[in-house]
Ligand binder design. Structure first.
Ligand SMILES: NC(=O)c1ccc[n+]([C@@H]2O[C@H](COP(=O)([O-])OP(=O)(O)OC[C@H]3O[C@@H](n4cnc5c(N)ncnc54)[C@H](OP(=O)(O)O)[C@@H]3O)[C@@H](O)[C@H]2O)c1
Length: 330
């Protein structure tokens, strides 16, 4: 697989990685299967999809435990990216950016992941009650202690920025500038896909100008862009898409032209819509690493194949001309 480097720390990874979240979090609980997930992680490494993205809050904790079972055997082949800073409670998910908590969270992640070092330690969300300088300073100490190789920040995202009443990614960029003054940001992770291209306006160029890597999260539009979801089929109650405004039967039907467009491009290349969606993300610049989520070897292998798909200028223009997605949280 094509290799890319993650940020100024120049850490080499496959251009397509694996988002492990669906294995224990966010989507259809009844379809989770530990053994299948383990095979999927092995398949990712077999194909050179070396960046494995997880978080302590996925599960919570079970996602890292699962990965740890693979890393115990294949640590050398993997690039481990995990996150801290969000606590899952009975009713709510809350941010915790206190330095003492960050230090404990890192030690706990290392234990669960069965490794001595995390390649990329990401702050999942900024704690509104703790200045980012304090949180980021504590994370920088983890680098100095050899527990972590590089630091990343998950962008709060366009949606949260808009709710805060500011411009797209204004707040994210403010936090990034403050973090940079304490310790280098190696990588930013944010939503980027054909139906959520907002990061292209300012966030990705900002990262590119500073040699900061970019992990494209949700590059398959939570599965929608693969064309394998049927409008009106519904989602299990614990599936985030059951409450997502773009996943009502009406909006899924309204957004079908986007899938149809991806399929048209895919047919010309003998590829799938999912592969075109991922190739589109990779075409946004050399700093981008796509992190599609999947829990089966079949999807993982298909997604890894997207690294070999080169979209033409005509393909990119056709995708750019697709109608913007309908349905939003605003
Ligand atoms: N930082 C953040 O705030 C944040 C937020 C969300 C996600 N993330 C990260 O980004 C990663 C990717 O996001 P995501 O998993 O939410 O969304 P995604 O990658 O856009 O889509 C994942 C969904 O697509 C399905 N899928 C994957 N490959 C497929 C294929 N080739 N054909 C058909 N369906 C396919 C998966 O199905 P199955 O479930 O059946 O395998 C899964 O339901 C996550 O795993 C996580 O690591 C970060």
């Amino acid at each position: 697989m094509e290799r890319r480097t993650v940020g100024a720390a120049a850490l080499g990874v496959g251009a397509v990685g694996l988002g492990c979240m669906p294995m224990t979090w966010a989507y259809s609980a009844s379809r989770r299967d530990g053994e299948q997930s383990l095979r999927a992680v092995h398949t990712a490494l077999d194909h050179g999809a070396t960046l494995l993205d997880t978080a302590d809050m996925y599960g919570p904790f079970t996602n890292e435990l699962l990965l740890g079972r693979v890393l115990k055997e294949r640590r050398e082949e993997a690039f481990v990216a995990t996150k801290c800073g969000l606590l899952v409670g009975d009713q709510h998910i809350v941010a915790n950016g206190r330095p003492g908590y960050v230090r404990r969270a890192c030690d706990a992640s290392l234990r669960r992941l069965q490794t001595d070092v995390i390649d990329l330690y990401q702050l999942h969300r900024v704690d509104p009650e703790v200045p980012i300088e304090e949180t980021w300073g504590a994370m920088a100490e983890l680098v100095a202690a050899g527990k972590v190789r590089a630091l990343g920040l998950c962008a709060v995202g366009a949606r949260a920025d808009r709710r805060a009443g500011s411009g797209l990614y204004d707040e994210t960029l403010r936090q990034l500038v403050r973090a940079q003054q304490v310790f280098p940001v190696t990588c930013v992770q944010a939503e980027l896909s054909v139906w959520a291209p907002e990061a292209l306006d300012r966030l990705l160029p900002w990262c590119g100008a500073r040699g900061i890597g970019f992990l494209a999260a949700m590059p398959l539009g939570n599965g929608f862009l693969t064309g394998t979801l049927t409008p009106g089929e519904g989602f299990e109650p614990d599936d985030v898409r059951a409450r997502h405004p773009r996943f009502t039967a009406e909006m899924m039907a309204a957004n079908q032209p986007i899938v149809a467009g991806l399929r048209r491009v895919a047919r010309r290349h003998g590829a799938t819509a999912a592969q075109v969606a991922l190739a589109w993300a990779l075409a946004q610049g050399p700093a981008v690493v796509a992190v599609p989520g999947a829990k089966s070897s079949r999807w993982v292998a298909e997604n890894a194949g997207a690294a070999d798909l080169r979209l033409t200028a005509a393909d990119m223009a056709e995708i750019a001309a697709l109608p913007p997605a309908r349905g939003s949280w605003d």
